[in-house]
Ligand binder design. Structure first.
Ligand code: CTP
Length: 319
């Protein structure tokens, strides 16, 4: 596999106390894992110097008005406007205000989840975070059903719902949204230009069908703050993935964080092939260098944190 040794820069040169990232890999499903509360608290404290997920999880109604101009985070020269509909769906207070959970699960979308039987275990957490509206019903045994928060990159509307180009796809999309009843729907609408129409369609359907989700639109500073935290810790990521964003934010409101479905490699430790996503036929495009992400580096960083007990990375089947 691509689990290569990760050599970290000198710890003492960092202004932030760093977890000591060791090079040895371990079986992340091994039962001897114990939670390192001290380290987890230290990480939370350090991340708070860069961002406060309770605040940065969403912009609020009080800070914007319809028509306000927003510069895209990655395409600074391009702008979009806060539409009437989007304004309508902005929260008045943070959807994570005063929320605290003992155990959270963050579910990545790797095919490593297939045949894992982790569904029940995932659902047993106090708070379950999922990424990019990944389907659950058909895969419930392996991925579970509960969702407390789910992300939706605008590109998902195109990739997973055929750009809503027929009544059938609209219905499927609405059905997926309706199944989220009560959970937070986190839409990074202002990252990169190109997704504004898709965001508008989604928002219109949410309003039209009075879908019971709590929408959140990340603050304009979140991404740079998350990247800043990891860069300061000598983790040279290009652009944080949704999964890493979720972990970084979850440290704010979760004690123990368990990650499932994080495996950005084409083969498992036994050499068997692993799908990029558990639910579709996308391939490992990130290896082409065209992807803005550095998933294997992120994975090695998360593995190191697992070994130190700051988080638990589940990569094998569940009991
Ligand atoms: N992931 C992983 N291994 C994979 C696929 C995904 O570790 N083979 C993790 C990544 O952290 C990723 C998250 O699961 O961000 C959600 O997966 P996905 O929806 O595929 O994210 P992408 O669209 O690939 O990337 P992003 O949304 O981060 O731009």
């Amino acid at each position: 596999t691509s689990l290569v040794t990760y050599r970290k820069s000198k710890v003492s040169s960092s202004p932030i106390p760093l977890p000591c990232i060791k090079s040895k890999t371990s079986n992340s499903s091994s039962p001897e894992w114990t939670f390192n509360r001290t380290l987890s608290n230290l990480i939370r404290k350090n991340i708070l110097r860069f961002l406060d997920a309770e605040r940065d999880i969403s912009i609020l109604k009080s800070t914007f008005k319809p028509g306000d101009v927003i510069h895209y985070i990655f395409d600074r020269q391009s702008t979009t406007n806060i539409s009437e509909n989007l304004y309508h769906l902005l929260p008045t207070v943070s959807p994570m205000k005063n929320q605290h959970y003992k155990q959270c699960a963050i579910v990545g979308n790797s095919g490593i989840l297939l045949n894992s039987s982790c569904g029940r275990e995932i659902d047993s957490h106090d708070f379950v975070i999922r990424c990019n509206l990944a389907p659950v019903e058909e895969y419930a045994t392996d991925v579970g059903l509960r969702t407390s928060l789910v992300t939706m990159n605008p590109s998902v509307v195109q990739r997973a719902f055929q750009d809503l180009n027929s009544e059938e796809w609209v219905q499927r999309f609405v059905h997926r949204l309706q199944s989220l009843s009560g959970s937070v729907l986190w839409i990074p609408a202002f990252m990169a230009k190109g997704g504004e129409e898709r965001v508008e369609w989604a928002i219109r359907l949410i309003l039209l069908h009075t879908v019971n989700v709590r929408t959140a639109f990340p603050s304009l500073r979140l991404l740079h703050a998350v990247r800043g935290y990891w860069l300061t810790n000598h983790v040279q990521i290009k652009r944080p993935t949704t999964g890493l964003l979720m972990y970084t934010m979850a440290t704010r409101f979760c004690d123990e964080i368990h990650l499932y479905g994080f495996w950005p490699f084409a083969h498992d430790p036994d050499g068997k092939s692993v799908k990029y996503h558990y639910y579709d036929t996308l391939t490992y495009h990130y290896t082409s260098g065209a992807s803005p992400h550095t998933m294997p580096l992120e994975f090695r960083t998360l593995s190191a944190l697992h070994r130190q007990g700051a988080l638990r990375l589940h990569t094998g089947p569940c009991q």
